[in-house]
Design a protein around this ligand. Structure first.
Ligand SMILES: [Zn+2]
Length: 411
């Protein structure tokens, strides 16, 4: 071809931007894809969850076709499917607020996460600005934490301190997946040590709560006097993901049919992992040493400060009430930012939910030892600090508060 003809053809056929592709066929992936406009570089999606498997607010996609430095827009709308609440179908969709953080979580490798620029909210949608790096771009509601991350956390802990950190399988889920956990105890007489139990993700979409658990484990592994004292004087169990099934399928978990994990704490649990957790806690109670149970969550979109949910104080023994007060004061001392704890806990009693008595914290209050402390920590997800680092900081600060709580004598 003569050079002149070649350049003429090139001018007539300007280089077209690569076609955009969106996929969700991976662990935790979820979206209904409404439109992909490759020429406008705009992708329109909704959360893809099945409301029978929990609130459809989680979304997580992989985008291919964005060149390095090229910008695009992810337009997100709320799920249109009718959602459940208080144990029944409401006949209307969930408020889209639950699905729309002020910024999306973005990653180039699916492992390290940063926030996108702030989304622009309009009546029924929010638009997140994206920037390509030439490879796949992973975009999600918040930093994902799936069994893959959980396994890496457990394996890393065991590798660093095989004498102390012992991964184990708490239960097999209804759908046949392992619920993995970590037991931390030094050789010797475990039966004389206070037991601490921490679990996250009773609600599958609340990925930030697993990152808080991750920060706590990292703190516990660290070379500090306080961490060393806590791991040497207690037995600790950490379950980074309780509702493994819905985390893997990218469903919300909360208000699932027939009920979610945090409404399953009664005599005949629906979920094997809840039954297994109850059995282990009961064994600690029988030995008189269930000291602390913490349940980790993410709250509502407008809760911009972390806070604790606790059961009604009038149902506690005097000792448990005093212990709770002491722990909450220590938490205020340590959870000082960038996500700063609201010093006022909220009470989950009869007015909170028809199944309030079946919330894990209340089950612990009803079945624990006289001195057992149970609390639920809600860490804000809708802020500029709701990142893997922000969540891990809360986990580290929680470690400090726990260490102080367990080393100071009860009044
Ligand atoms: Zn929750």
């Amino acid at each position: 071809m003569k050079p002149i003809l070649f350049f003429t053809l090139l001018l007539l056929c300007p280089l077209r931007a690569a076609e955009l592709r969106v996929s969700t066929d991976f662990e935790g992936g979820s979206a209904t894809i409404d439109a992909i406009d490759s020429s406008r570089r705009e992708i329109q999606i909704r959360p893809g969850g099945n409301p029978a498997r929990g609130w459809p607010c989680w979304w997580f996609v992989r985008i291919d076709g964005l060149a390095a430095g090229e910008t695009a827009t992810l337009v997100l709308r709320g799920s249109e499917r009718s959602a459940r609440n208080n144990g029944k179908d409401t006949g209307k969709p969930l408020s889209s607020d639950w699905a729309m953080p002020i910024a999306a979580a973005v990653s180039d490798d699916g492992t390290s996460w940063r926030q996108s620029g702030l989304g622009t909210r309009e009546t029924d949608h929010i638009s997140y600005p994206l920037e390509g790096t030439g490879g796949p771009l992973w975009v999600a509601w918040g930093p994902p934490f799936s069994p893959r991350e959980s396994e890496a956390l457990l394996a890393g802990a065991e590798q660093a301190r095989p004498d102390l950190f012992h991964p184990f399988t708490l239960a097999e889920t209804r759908e046949g997946r392992p619920v993995r956990a970590l037991r931390i105890v030094a050789e010797g007489d475990a039966k004389s040590k206070p037991a601490v139990w921490i679990h996250a993700r009773q609600h599958a979409w609340e990925s930030g709560s697993s990152w808080v658990a991750c920060g706590f484990v990292e703190w516990l592994l660290a070379d500090s006097d306080k961490a060393e004292r806590l791991r040497g004087t207690t037995e600790i169990v950490i379950v980074p993901i309780m509702d493994v099934d819905r985390v893997v399928t990218g469903d919300g978990g909360k208000e699932a049919d027939p009920h979610d994990h945090n409404r399953d704490w009664f005599e005949t649990p629906h979920y094997p992992e809840v039954a297994a957790a109850q059995a282990r806690m009961k064994a600690y109670v029988a030995e008189g040493r269930l000291a602390v149970v913490l349940d980790l969550h993410n709250p509502a979109s407008r809760d911009l400060r972390p806070f604790f949910f606790v059961g009604p104080p009038e149902l506690l023994s005097g000792k448990a009430r005093a212990n709770r007060e002491r722990f909450l004061n220590l938490a205020v001392e340590h959870l000082t930012g960038p996500l700063t704890l609201d010093p006022k806990p909220r009470v989950t009693g009869a007015n909170y939910h028809p199944l309030w008595r079946r919330i894990s914290g209340q089950w612990v209050n009803d079945h624990g030892n006289e001195h057992t402390l149970a609390a639920c920590l809600e860490t804000s997800w809708n802020t500029r600090h709701s990142t893997t680092e922000g969540y891990r900081t809360i986990g580290r600060q929680l470690g400090e508060a726990l260490a102080d709580y367990l080393s100071s004598p009860a009044p």
